[in-house]
Ligand binder design. Structure first.
Ligand code: MG
Length: 240
């Protein structure tokens, strides 16, 4: 049976939208102590820092935490924008905003998954991230009932783009690599990892800023170029 494996954050879940709302909460709370330029650039700098932080971290490591990513991001925001508010004030506000947020599915995700399942595809998930956090998002959104197998880097011990997590996913699904597809938003993790494993690779290109993991695929060498590009999940219905 052909298997379609989805990435979670920014592919099925609007992780960036949620992140921007949380950065905005920090901006609102400290607006009196930030300049107009700092306020205007805050979200953009944070998002770029976040992309770099994920790329340079090891989300298969049992010690990996989201808190370490947040610290890296806020340190870079403070440095790059010359913000004089201490991290000890910014971080708790951000942490509080994140705790109040819930995982949000992209609006088209449920119907696209249902249609692909009805067309006979096995639907799975490969995500880089901390075990508990990713499990909670899958439970909160009900995605865990529709995706099997589910591979979380911190559970498996390997993270995308390591080919071993793709091999393990194909093994669990009982599919040959040639009948597997990886669908994700990050060229670095999802597309190059999928391609290196002999899978089909589809890039979900949303309106994210350019940056590590989201570079223009035309500029990538052949190994990192997606086979197909879609602007949102509904584009998959024309491919599968
Ligand atoms: Mg992603």
């Amino acid at each position: 049976m052909p298997s379609l494996f989805f990435d979670l954050d920014d592919t099925l879940l609007d992780a960036t939208g949620m992140m921007i709302d949380c950065v905005d909460a920090v901006a609102t709370r400290f607006s009196a102590r930030l300049s107009d330029t700092q306020l205007a650039r805050l979200a953009d700098v944070y998002l770029r820092a976040n992309l770099d932080a994920w790329r340079s971290s090891t989300p298969a490591d049992p010690r990996f935490t989201l808190e370490s990513i947040w610290q890296l991001c806020w340190k870079r925001v403070v440095t790059e924008l010359a913000i004089e508010i201490p991290l000890a004030e910014l971080l708790p506000t951000y942490r509080e905003a994140r705790a109040a947020e819930h995982a949000r599915l992209f609006p088209e995700a449920p119907s696209v998954l249902a249609t692909l399942a009805a067309r006979g595809y096995r639907l799975g998930l490969i995500t880089n991230g901390p075990r508990e956090l990713q499990r909670r998002k899958l439970a909160d959104t009900g995605l865990c009932d529709h995706l099997d197998p589910i591979l979380i880097s911190q559970e498996v011990g390997y993270a995308k783009p390591d080919p071993r997590i793709f091999q393990e996913a194909a093994r669990r699904a009982g599919s040959e690599p040639a009948s597997c597809a990886m669908i994700g938003d990050m060229l670095f993790a999802d597309i190059s990892g999928g391609r290196a494993s002999g899978w089909h690779a589809i890039w979900v290109r949303r309106a994210w800023p350019a940056g590590p993991g989201h570079e223009d695929p035309a500029q990538q060498d052949e190994d990192h170029r997606p086979h197909r590009v879609v602007n949102d999940l509904t584009g998959l219905l024309e491919i599968f």
